[in-house]
Design a protein around this ligand. Structure first.
Ligand code: HEM
Length: 322
């Protein structure tokens, strides 16, 4: 069974070996590559640095209880923390220039367990493997290539086939509360009979009719979200898409067909802003609990040690004034 972050921290060397050894990239190399490409901001997350966090409640509806033993997917309300973020490494980015947003949710289970879903408002990830992702960062960083040459390299490489389409689809976000967020990776739900079902998760906003709130200002989505919460519920439905015959469970760069069944599993409601902004939390998406297992998706597995490396760095560092 795959390891959670605490185990990865204690046995970094072999916990991150997966797939073809030729393609092994140490997690610190990935974090260095992000810093070289996008900049280094001590004390902040090495991606999704700016965000806002809420205490929240997740109320499951029991619809997927026959597929899983996971406690937070039965019919008992659980406490949650939700952090919305802008994907960039900059602590104070021009928000409308950062169309990719994140929604990370930590569920606290009645038995003391914890699990996270750490999603983004994109339909697919840009690569199938960590190696291709880090190679892309390094190529984009290279000083000697012009942007036109970089774009040509990128278009020629089949590894990056989704990038042009993805870039075309990106648009500024009007509100964190109106986006749909995808986990992209596959997980397995495991039921009482130990039957495993591959699924993918998604948060879909619950949007009521127009309450006359001003449209998102795009330069302060955090303030807009707080305003919304004060004038009514900010909620998202957790949707579970069930894999069909032939759907790839180890490749987050490929979508599953839209006709696959989607089951609504529950609703999360934001309750109050967290003063600590969840700065010390690490939303590792590989925290397994009974009834919920990670797939062998190499990107999913890689995120655990990379997030550990990023949090090791940021939690030790002093923040410089913005
Ligand atoms: C090889 C692939 C990836 C790398 C190298 C990477 C890297 C990182 C790093 C370094 C952080 C900061 C972690 C911390 O300091 O706590 C982060 C956060 C985050 N990443 Fe990724 N990531 C990858 C894939 C993904 C994917 C596929 C998604 C979406 C499905 C995603 C969504 C997020 C979100 C939402 C956060 C912010 C979590 C929070 O609020 O704390 N990442 N990522």
């Amino acid at each position: 069974m795959f390891k959670g972050i605490e185990e990865v921290n204690s046995e970094k060397s072999d916990a991150v070996m997966f797939g073809n050894e030729d393609k092994y990239i140490a997690p610190d190399e990935a974090v260095d590559a992000i810093e070289d490409f996008a900049g280094r901001y001590p004390g902040y997350r090495r991606a999704h640095a700016k965000g806002i966090a809420f205490d929240a409640e997740f109320v499951p509806n029991g619809n997927v209880a026959s597929l899983t033993k996971a406690q937070h997917l039965q019919d008992e309300k659980v406490q949650a923390v939700v952090r919305f973020s802008h994907s960039t490494v900059k602590p104070d980015p021009p928000e409308w220039l950062v169309p990719i947003k994140g929604m990370a949710v930590r569920f606290s289970l009645p038995n003391g367990g914890v699990t996270n879903l750490t999603m983004a408002n994109v339909p697919v990830f840009i690569t199938k493997t960590p190696e291709a992702f880090v190679r892309l960062l390094k190529m984009m960083t290279k000083g000697e290539l012009s942007w036109r040459e970089k774009w040509r390299v990128l278009r020629k490489d089949p590894e990056y086939r989704t990038v042009p389409t993805l870039l075309k689809q990106l648009k500024p976000t009007a509100s964190f509360a109106e986006e749909t967020y995808n986990a992209l990776h596959s997980y397995y739900l495991v039921n009482e009979q130990d039957k495993r079902q591959a699924v993918r998760f998604r948060w879909v906003p619950v949007l009521e009719e127009d309450k006359g709130l001003p449209a998102g200002r795009m330069d302060d989505l955090e303030a807009e979200l707080i305003e919304r919460m004060k004038s009514g519920d900010v909620q998202f439905r957790l949707m579970v898409r069930v894999a069909g015959e032939g759907d790839l469970v180890d490749d987050p760069s490929v979508r599953w067909p839209d006709e696959r069944p989607m089951i609504e599993a529950g609703i999360v409601t934001l309750k109050s802003v967290r003063e600590d902004a969840a700065e010390s939390l690490v939303f590792d998406p590989t925290m397994e609990v009974e009834g919920l297992e990670c797939s062998d998706d190499p990107i999913l597995r890689y995120r655990s040690p990379v997030y550990a490396e990023s949090s090791d760095r940021r939690l030790r560092e002093e923040r410089l004034p913005k």
